[in-house]
Write a protein that binds this ligand. Structure first.
Ligand SMILES: Cc1cc2nc3c(=O)[nH]c(=O)nc-3n(C[C@H](O)[C@H](O)[C@H](O)COP(=O)(O)O)c2cc1C
Length: 371
């Protein structure tokens, strides 16, 4: 269009002004899940942003042996079926995490299962890990892998178990074995609040079993592939200490902190607060960042952490990094701020780093604990 390629066109859109505030009212007239599906369709037609770097050098880092062009990444749950990898990477993310995928197809909970809390720019969801199952998921991955010109930024794959399984550990191993060849890292999800009993896998012995099962499979199949664990923000002090102990004894490479919360702070109106499910967005920022900080301290800064929960600005991302995050993930901000929020977060983060005299993002990791 007008002699510009898509990358140049989006650079101009980014400079001239964000069109999302004009589009959002129409999307918000739709049921949240319908809006989500429409967005995936539009992305499938190539209508999303095309920000494929290069990124500001100050944002580049290597975490658990993998190089990330910038630390702002997509959280799990938006591309559950592995069909929009390049489209989401085009938002400017340093990496995206796809899934959660489970071994056998499952439809999740009945609709409605996603709610906007407009005043708090938050979401409540109880999808219940709807998934095409790992067979179809890997067929999508294989097709993507063969594509010319596909993105080469790191890809994370988030795995879990079927709701009705009789063998939790075997489910994680099945998923791991199928997706390992496509992933730059794999995240074990034991923290979604909408699968009955899943969070019970965060208990000391059960968690150790899952981690051992998956890391043994990793050592056999793909010895250099980092394995991470995603935890919930709703943990007692004792549970937090147990997790830190298990992680230190295990052969995993990192933690994602955190999933959505079951808490309902006073900013959530009563009619929505009563909906079952996990809350995400700004109300989660404080609790998830406090947990991140605790995990950084209790693992002595030796285990890379991905900070996730309520990030919608460069300052938010910077606070996560200072609290101990090596990378930062975003989900809910995309719904309320639109896709250009990723470019904005990266710009603001680079400004924060320069303002405070850091030569690169890695220098700022855990800075609050060193000050
Ligand atoms: C609609 C929705 C679906 C999600 N699905 C998943 C999922 O399948 N697996 C997962 O590990 N986390 C899932 N999450 C949690 C996010 O990955 C993230 O941990 C959480 O939303 C906090 O980040 P945010 O405040 O930036 O949204 C989902 C979140 C939302 C809002």
């Amino acid at each position: 269009m007008f002699g510009l390629d898509k990358v140049d066109l989006w650079k101009w859109v980014d400079k001239l002004g964000d069109p999302y505030p004009l589009i959002r009212p129409f999307l918000f007239m739709l049921d949240p899940e319908d809006a989500h599906e429409l967005t995936l369709k539009m992305l499938g037609f190539g209508l999303g942003p095309h920000f494929f770097g290069p990124d500001d050098e100050i944002l580049k880092s290597t975490v658990f042996g993998v190089t990330f062009p910038n630390p702002i990444c997509l959280a799990a749950g938006l591309d559950k079926q592995a069909t929009r990898i390049d489209a989401f990477m085009g938002f400017g993310f340093g990496s995206i995490e796809i899934g959660t995928v489970v071994p056998l197809p499952q439809i999740g909970n009945p609709r409605p299962r996603m709610f906007r809390v407009a005043g708090a720019k938050a979401l409540i969801n109880r999808f219940g890990m709807n998934s095409v199952g790992v067979k179809v998921f890997t067929e999508h991955l294989e097709a993507w892998h063969k594509k010319k010109g596909r993105t080469t930024n790191p890809l994370g794959i988030n795995i879990s178990k079927n709701k009705d399984t009789t063998d939790d550990v075997a489910d994680y191993i099945t998923c791991f074995e199928k997706v390992a060849a496509y992933a730059h890292y794999v995240t074990i999800n034991i923290s979604s609040p909408n699968t009955p009993g899943l969070r019970g896998l965060q208990e000391r012995e059960r968690m150790a079993e899952v981690l051992k099962g998956v890391t043994d499979a990793r050592d056999r199949l793909a010895p250099n592939l980092p394995v991470l664990v995603k935890i919930a923000p709703d943990l007692t002090d004792e549970q937090q200490a147990d997790i830190a102990a298990v992680v230190k004894e295990s052969k995993i490479q990192g933690l994602v902190v955190s999933n959505t919360t079951l808490a309902r702070p006073s900013t959530i109106p009563d009619d929505l607060a009563k909906e079952d499910g996990g809350l995400s967005g700004p109300p989660l920022f404080g609790p998830s960042t406090r947990l991140l900080s605790t995990m950084y301290k209790s693992t002595e800064g030796k285990i890379p952490l991905i900070g996730c929960g309520g990030v919608s600005s460069g300052e938010d991302a910077y606070l996560k990094i200072r609290a101990g995050a090596s990378l930062v993930q975003v989900y809910t901000a995309l719904i309320f701020e639109g896709p250009l929020v990723v470019q904005r977060i990266k710009r603001e983060l680079a400004q924060c780093l320069r303002r405070d005299g850091f030569a690169n993002v890695s220098e700022a990791i855990g800075a609050d604990h060193k000050a």
